[in-house]
Design a protein around this ligand. Structure first.
Ligand code: PRX
Length: 632
């Protein structure tokens, strides 16, 4: 039977082989390393057509017992969470497993007092403060389904998510710290709640002493409720396939969808992948710089590390405050051994020069990770040389909100390192490349659409409230395959290189947006007649947002109109979706049937105007010359 811990290449190879040849007995063996209240009757039932995926059927568990209670005896006094504030002058906080257990239980008791029950959805709209970790785990403790919304999303984006998942309780804060700025948060929730009549209770954490409006009977201060709740709370018995969380992510069509993960499979894969990709050792300090508002924070700040009894760092701040040496200072301060960040952060710090790095020793580092978008070779080498000093393995981890955990990646110190290549699939993951007809492309040195042909425990189960959407998005493109939306290349030795999205999704600084989602926001501006958004290569962000906009007659095509349109996007989605370039045009290249030829717009945005291809099918071919001539 395969070991939980992969310790060398031959372990990896034998685990991988077993996981493909006998997936059920392989995952049975891995799942036995966790604490179950009742064992499962059957390991797997699946059907990619409907889709219907169930792992560890009828198994009963609570993930927080595995993250917390299970460690109390051996690791009660070990640090579970180190919290580093935005301002380096503010003291960092450390929570042992015992303390974290109490904090989570107390938050869980508050939620119960507010009327939250098993199966209820709770929206968490908090900055990166310890209460975000407590709240997320507290929901899991009582069987409520958490829907964490990144605190940079706007009123409208928050309201959409609250409504879609039917949340009646929101956990938020007065405001947040971001670099040198303080930003209100509760007022955003107040405006969102005005659009969501079903919201009954709002729990507010005081972070920055910002004056807030508290609605009697609806709004409660966390610190006040803490005074009368107990510090133990029974862990709700959950079925393996009960929902654990919803996390919204963008697709190529419509509004963001709520990806649903369930308790048993997600737990098994989160701990297993964390352990093996990062080769975590008992005394290591691990830091993932993501925000818990994204899946990376869910799986690799909270669940994965805590399942393995690790010490996980949580950072409130930004990489450039008070200066671009902040990450490296935090690594030295907490003697971080394993560091996991995004290529966009690396590229922006690279641009501020190596002096900020040289001010710190970084001698504690043993392994580095990258996530969120393809890492270009230049950034890979800079990260490996200047941060890892050439001695730390660098794992490039490819995965998605929908996959729940890392799918393709090197294992630190075990796998061969190849810049800009994610590497080999983890045990249990069966990637396949297909052509546009869905026919498998075999062999090496080949490119195709990246799909997965067999279920893995932490895969998406549904999109909340709309199962058909899940089927159409992921399972209907190619028969009997999960379609990732990415293109990839396979080299010798089953090594994968991810090329990027092949659908209308753009990846801006590791954040996913549908082009239609940004267009819908832009079109809310009354001056806009029509718009088309595409991605283009951006030195720091990976991809930038390029918007072509037709303005209403009589509107001036000036910076004032540009600023207004940007404000509209900020209002409807958030700052993170601001277009980088806005080009005003008199028309868009459309086919006779009215379809926008995005291929042409992408080429122009990329500056590749010599290869626009066939434009003869366009309604008005002349518009292409106008757009190409006015390119920004
Ligand atoms: O295009 C891939 C890219 O990010 C997408 C998933 O985005 P999201 O669900 O927001 O999750 C991000 C964090 C897991 C993928 O479809 N992506 C993510 N990691 C990588 C990547 N592309 C290349 N290399 C990666 N390591």
């Amino acid at each position: 039977m395969a070991n939980f811990r992969i310790q060398n290449l031959s372990d990896y190879e034998s685990s991988y082989r077993e996981s493909i040849e006998q997936p059920e007995s392989f995952w049975d063996g891995i799942a036995k390393n966790y604490q179950w209240q009742k064992p499962w009757d059957k390991t797997l039932e699946w059907n990619f057509e409907t889709p219907d995926i169930k792992w560890f059927l009828n198994g009963k568990l609570n993930i927080t017992e595995n993250c917390l209670d299970r460690h109390l005896e051996q690791r009660g006094n070990k640090i579970a969470l180190i919290w580093e504030a935005n301002d380096p002058k503010e003291a960092s906080l450390r929570f042992t497993y015992r303390e974290l257990h109490q904090k989570v239980c107390r938050m869980a008791n508050i939620l119960k007092e507010l009327g939250v029950k098993k199966g209820d959805r709770v929206c968490i709209y908090l900055p990166m403060i310890p209460e975000l970790a407590f709240a997320t785990l507290a929901c899991a403790r009582i069987g409520a389904v958490h829907s964490v919304v990144f605190a940079g999303f706007s009123v409208n984006a928050l309201a959409d998510r609250i409504q879609d998942s039917g949340c009646e309780v929101i956990i938020t804060s007065d405001g947040l710290n971001r670099g040198a700025k303080q930003i209100p948060v509760k007022s955003v929730v107040d405006e969102a709640v005005a659009l969501c009549p079903d919201v009954k209770k709002v729990l507010v954490v005081n972070r920055i002493n910002w004056p807030v409006h508290m609605e009697t009977g609806r709004d409660y201060w966390y610190h006040e409720m803490l005074t009368h709740v107990g510090d133990t709370c029974h862990a709700q018995t959950m079925d393996s396939e009960d929902n654990l969380f919803i996390l919204y992510t963008s697709g190529s069509t419509g509004k963001p969808k709520g990806v649903v993960h369930t308790c048993g499979g997600y737990m098994v894969y989160a701990g297993y992948s964390f352990q093996n990709v990062f080769q975590y050792n008992e005394s290591d300090v691990y830091w993932c710089t993501a925000d818990i508002g994204w899946v990376t924070g869910h799986t690799y700040i909270l669940y994965g590390p805590l399942l393995q009894g690790a010490t996980s760092v949580m950072f409130e701040g930004v990489p450039t405050f008070p200066d671009p040496g902040r990450f490296w200072q935090v690594i030295d301060k907490h003697s971080v051994n394993i560091f996991y960040t995004a290529p966009t952060a690396i590229r922006s710090l690279m641009a501020s020069g190596v002096d900020h790095v040289l001010a710190y020793s970084l001698h504690s580092l043993k392994a580095l990770g990258s996530v969120g978008e393809p890492i270009n070779e230049e950034a890979w080498h800079w990260y490996h040389t200047h941060i890892g000093k050439g001695r730390c393995p660098l794992v490039d981890t490819w995965w998605q909100t929908e996959t729940g955990g890392i799918m393709i990646s090197g294992l630190a110190g075990i796998s061969e390192l190849k810049p800009a290549h994610a590497g080999q699939p983890l045990p249990g993951i069966q990637p396949i490349l297909v052509d546009s007809e869905g026919k498998e492309i075999e062999g090496e040195g080949v490119e195709g659409y990246l799909c997965v042909k067999f279920p893995w425990p932490s895969m998406i189960r549904t999109t909340f409230g709309d199962h058909e959407r899940c089927r159409i998005n992921y399972f209907a493109t190619y028969k009997n395959l999960y379609f990732t939306g990415d293109g990839a290349r396979r080299e010798a030795n089953n090594m994968y290189r991810i090329i990027g999205r092949v659908d209308d999704v753009i990846n801006v600084s590791g954040h996913r947006f549908g082009t239609a989602e940004i267009e819908n926001a832009i079109n809310q501006n009354k001056k806009v007649i029509e718009s088309a958004v595409v991605g283009y290569p951006h030195d720091i962000k990976g991809q930038g947002i390029y918007a072509y906009i037709i303005l209403a007659e009589g509107t001036s095509q000036d910076n004032h109109s540009r600023d207004e349109i940007i404000e509209t996007v900020v209002e409807h989605i958030g700052r993170i979706a601001k277009p980088d370039k806005i080009q005003f045009v008199s028309g868009l290249p459309k086919t006779r049937s009215g379809k926008i030829m995005r291929r042409i717009l992408r080429k122009i945005a990329e500056g590749d105007i010599s290869a626009l291809g066939d434009t003869s099918t366009l309604l008005d071919p002349l518009v292409v010359d106008e757009i190409a001539g006015g390119r920004l």
